[in-house]
Design a binder for this molecule. Structure first.
Ligand code: C2E
Ligand code: CA
Ligand code: CA
Length: 710
């Protein structure tokens, strides 16, 4: 029995009894609509040709060497001629409908054209009178059926036109009915004309028109195989009966065999075309599925949401949710990469269950997006919060959700970005699950967008400059260097500090553009000062971790110092320790080669990260900059002093010089001098200044340049 099952399945599939997916149905339907355009165009040309022939024969009988099948003038006009016109009208209706269907935009002209042609089809039986048709009973029956199918066609086109006007999308069922009506007209026409030809004295047994129409309907249009078999055998049998029973005309045996063989071949062709089209559709469907789904969790992706969501935009009760799992790294660390994946797959399943009627997506990593109703989501995210705790099973992973209600016609990608922004705000707020995007965030968000969109322009137009903050010797407080700190002086937003733009540029991987600009700005400044005989001090430049991924730091530095002819001694490279704790290998190579070339390498923000001591083990720095956080509670915490003292001793022992940042008071300065910290930097000696101000302070003696600056 079980062996029979695959065979049985094969048969079901072969004859088209298996249900097709929505996509395959739509695909086949669209293919049919395209074919019907070709069919209609051929029909129009053929029928016009037929009409011309009939008219010529009517005016000069015998000219075309055939006997026209009418018996009176009335019959000429209302008889055969009217069928040709009917067929042309039907074909025009199909072409107009098909163009409307295939076109993505909704044009007014097409809407009106559809209404007019549909109305003509509906009124057709009233425009021409069937009683005028003479002929046999079969002729009469097909005539009545033909006349009846016109209003059916017209009504379904009308319904589809109205539906599309209202919902701005096509309706598959209505369009299928339209194609069926069209097929019906073709078949009836084929039977009628074929039969008339067969009984006509001048062209006995000419049934070509019938066969042509059968091929048209069965092979150019695609039906499920069992429907094709039904149509073909039904129509063939009917016609066979007509031919066989018609008096005074013999249906020869040989013709009968050919007739049956023709039926069988046509059925096979129809089935094979169907199978081929379905295979194409399935392949296409798979590609689309892959493009719209996340490979890991198999739920839809953001692209799918953004393309689908536009249709629902009128709905005021909708909200975008951005879901983020914080500290997800813990799962990967404890359960391995596969364990992490399993967590995400399970979580995605739960989101799908919880928001079963909504659009959901995995954006990337542990980020998910949901488009749902504003009325029910809160209870649902609470449930998901519980689920995350269950899945985490003791590990410290938390769900954070940001929400944003999109405005009418707002770009869904931007709306998701806003929900994400709201989610980011609560990333480090313990115990807070959800935050909705508000006006305050909107201001910050827009600023962020502005920065992303204008970084190139800002660099090009010189809105980005470096300010210089003095660095002094602790012994005599004489100037020994300056740190270049970026500032963005914007024509619309005014003064922007690094806190506004550095994190944004880092998050969007654009930071290298800024740092490249600062390198050039600083080197250019140094050259200008040298050229006008103003004194200069070495400048330290800040580099982000990403700079080493996004650009060739060494090349950029070399290009700038060669262009402006600056001594390498005048450039210090500041790298933060967090930069060094990630991809150690590539970075250590770059750092070593920079050092080799003669640049001093300074370790920035020492003590602010997790791996400070490790970094000291792996790299050799010229100067260690002790993070200003150490000084923040200098007065209140005695341990601070011991820690700073130890760091300085440790650095000295490892052969590195030291600098403490954020020196604001004389006590701090005194202490640092006492414990042997070489360089100091902070508001006590000066804030970051514009170049002109900085130079002026050197000139007027506020900053005294040390003799020993290198
Ligand atoms: P950082 O490299 O640690 O720079 C020192 C920051 O501390 C500067 O802030 C400076 O103005 C501030 N500061 C200096 N002395 C004192 C003080 O006595 N007290 C206090 N409270 N603060 C002091 P700024 O200029 O806002 O820069 C912030 C951060 O932005 C910098 O921290 C650096 O990480 C980053 N940054 C600045 N310019 C650039 C740049 O050109 N490229 C890159 N990649 N990052 C930059
Ligand atoms: Ca720095
Ligand atoms: Ca620093």
């Amino acid at each position: 029995m079980s062996k029979l099952k695959p065979f049985f399945n094969f048969l079901l599939e072969l004859f088209g009894f298996k249900r097709n997916s929505k996509y395959v149905k739509a695909y086949l339907n669209e293919a049919n609509i395209k074919s019907s355009i070709y069919m209609s165009s051929i029909i129009i040309v053929l029928e016009i040709w037929m009409i011309i022939r009939q008219i010529r024969e009517y005016i000069i009988p015998g000219i075309d060497n055939f006997q026209a099948p009418y018996t009176s003038n009335l019959d000429f006009i209302f008889g055969f001629m009217s069928f040709y016109v009917l067929f042309i009208v039907c074909s025009i209706a199909i072409i107009i409908f098909a163009i409307t269907f295939l076109k993505k935009s909704n044009s007014k002209a097409l809407f009106i054209a559809n209404i007019i042609i549909a109305s003509i089809c509906i009124l057709w039986p009233f425009l021409l009178f069937a009683e005028h048709i003479v002929g046999t009973d079969i002729n009469r029956i097909t005539t009545i059926l033909l006349y009846a199918s016109m209003p059916l066609l017209g009504a379904s086109i009308l319904a589809h036109t109205i539906y599309r006007r209202k919902y701005r999308v096509n309706n598959t069922v209505l369009s299928m009915i339209i194609i069926i009506c069209f097929a019906l007209v073709c078949l009836l026409f084929g039977i009628k004309v074929g039969y008339s030809d067969f009984i006509s004295k001048s062209r006995p047994k000419m049934i070509t028109c019938f066969l042509t129409m059968i091929i048209f309907v069965a092979c150019l249009l695609i039906w499920k195989p069992y429907i094709s078999i039904l149509i073909l055998s039904g129509v063939f049998m009917l016609f066979y009966y007509f031919l066989d029973t018609y008096p005074n005309r013999e249906f020869l045996d040989g013709d009968k065999i050919n007739y049956i063989t023709f039926l069988i071949s046509l059925t096979m062709i129809a089935i094979s075309i169907y199978q081929q089209r379905v295979a194409e559709a399935k392949k296409d469907e798979l590609l689309i599925y892959e493009a719209n789904h996340d490979h890991l969790t198999n739920i839809t992706n953001v692209k799918f949401i953004t393309s689908t969501v536009k249709v629902y935009y009128d709905n005021k009760d909708k909200i975008f949710l951005f879901l983020n799992l914080t500290n997800f790294r813990a799962i990967n660390e404890h359960r391995g990469f596969d364990g992490g994946n399993e967590f995400l797959i399970n979580f995605a399943k739960k989101i799908e269950e919880t928001f079963s009627k909504d659009l959901i997506a995995r954006q990337s990593d542990d980020h998910f997006v949901v488009y749902t109703s504003i009325n029910t989501f809160e209870e649902k995210i609470n449930r998901l919060d519980e689920i995350v705790k269950e899945l985490a099973d003791g590990l410290f992973v938390l769900l954070k959700v940001g929400g944003y209600k999109p405005k009418k016609d707002e770009d869904p990608n931007r709306a998701i970005d806003k929900a994400r922004y709201a989610c980011g705000i609560i990333k480090h707020e313990y115990g807070v699950l959800y935050r909705e995007y508000d006006d305050e965030m909107d201001e910050a968000f827009n600023k962020r967008q502005y920065i992303i969109n204008h970084i190139d322009e800002a660099i090009e137009k010189g809105w980005i400059v470096a300010y210089y903050q003095p660095v002094v010797w602790s012994k005599n407080h004489e100037l020994c260097g300056a740190e270049a700190l970026a500032r963005w002086i914007d024509p619309t937003h005014g003064f922007l500090s690094p806190a506004d733009f550095i994190p944004v540029l880092e998050n969007t991987r654009l930071i290298h553009k800024l740092d490249k600009a600062i390198i050039n700005y600083v080197c250019k400044n140094l050259r200008e000062s040298l050229d006008s005989d103003r004194p200069i001090v070495p400048v330290s430049l800040n580099f982000s971790r990403l700079d080493f991924e996004l650009m060739d730091v060494k090349k950029e530095l070399e290009d700038a110092i060669l262009k402006y002819n600056i001594d390498r001694n005048y450039i210090h490279v500041e790298i933060t320790e967090s930069a060094l704790s990630s991809n150690v290998e590539t970075l250590s190579k770059t750092v070593a080669s920079l050092k080799n070339d003669g640049y001093a390498i300074w370790l920035d923000d020492f003590g602010s990260g997790y791996s400070s001591l490790n970094v000291l083990k792996d790299f050799v720095f010229d100067v260690i900059k002790i993070d200003m956080k150490f000084l923040s509670n200098f007065e209140h915490n005695d341990k601070t002093k011991d820690i700073i003292d130890c760091i300085i001793q440790l650095a000295t022992k490892l052969g590195m010089k030291t600098l403490t940042e954020g020196v604001e008071t004389k006590e701090q300065s005194k202490f640092l001098e006492d414990v042997g910290c070489g360089r100091l930097q902070g508001y006590l000696y000066g804030k970051p200044f514009k170049l002109a101000e900085f130079e002026e302070k050197i000139e007027n003696g506020t900053f005294k340049i040390s003799k020993k600056i290198l």
